[in-house]
Design a binder for this molecule. Sequence first.
Ligand code: FES
Length: 149
Amino acid sequence: MKRNEFLSKLGIGAALVCTGGVLHACGGGDDAGPSNNGGNNGNPVNFTFDASTDFPNIGSSKVKQGVIVVRTAATIVASSFVALDAICPHEQGSIMYDETNNRFECALHHSRYQLDGSVINGPVNSAGSTRALKKYNIAINGNVITITE
Ligand code: FES
């Protein structure tokens, strides 16, 4: 059993990601899903959100099918949103959006990632390394945001 699965069974994983003041990963959605294979446990990612109601503000985020989606700008266009893997490639920690620094950070060992998913720094006080987070396609039609692989 991996660390994330163990914490998840205890309910600790969710508690960890919900305590940060500026780190967002609990904006809603149906699950973070243990995924380290770029998507939803091998299933194709394909889902929608409503831009206005699901992402009312810059910095609003949602996690669904193992993907974290964040609104990073005011205008409702595809470039105002980012969709990346919600699970860290290192040891499956939850990825959160750091609104203050406009980047992503792992809750477990604090690897940090750019908005394009590239690595800023690897794990802190933990062996091993990480890799870039998978980036997903975003299409906007009116207020409907569609996320696909
Ligand atoms: S699990 Fe993300 S840095 Fe270790």
